[in-house]
Design a protein around this ligand. Structure first.
Ligand code: SF4
Length: 111
């Protein structure tokens, strides 16, 4: 799901109360960062995810796989609903540890 440049940040939910969005660590970041498809541009949003209190809700509500989401959600970068490998130097340590256990594009596990 591509988001237009005027989309709100964090991503809009699917009809649930908007309270979770006010607690989002990425609130206030420009949409071009949150909805970027490129790891380097998305890095500030990924750093926000590392300290976000609503990370689980974000991923459940946005449902990146089902919605073929493009951008940052739940601590990962997505492109057309698939997680994108992000170089470790662009990730905060908390997310780098998680990313090491994610399937790599094309199968297998990074690391
Ligand atoms: S998990 Fe990341 S993208 Fe989702 S609301 Fe939190 S900071 Fe924003």
């Amino acid at each position: 799901m591509s988001m237009p440049a005027t989309s709100t940040c964090p991503p809009p939910d699917a009809g649930r109360p908007a309270g979770w969005q006010s607690a989002a660590a990425c609130a206030g970041l420009p949409p071009r960062i949150v909805f970027s498809k490129k790891p380097k541009e998305a890095a500030p949003a990924l750093r926000a995810c590392a300290v976000c209190r609503v990370r689980r809700a974000c991923e459940e509500i946005v449902a990146p796989v089902e919605n073929r989401f493009d951008g940052v959600c739940g601590g990962r970068l997505w492109r057309s609903g698939r997680p994108v490998a992000v170089p470790d130097h662009l990730l905060p340590p908390a997310l780098a540890a998680i990313a090491a256990h994610l399937p790599a594009p094309g199968g297998g596990v990074r690391g």
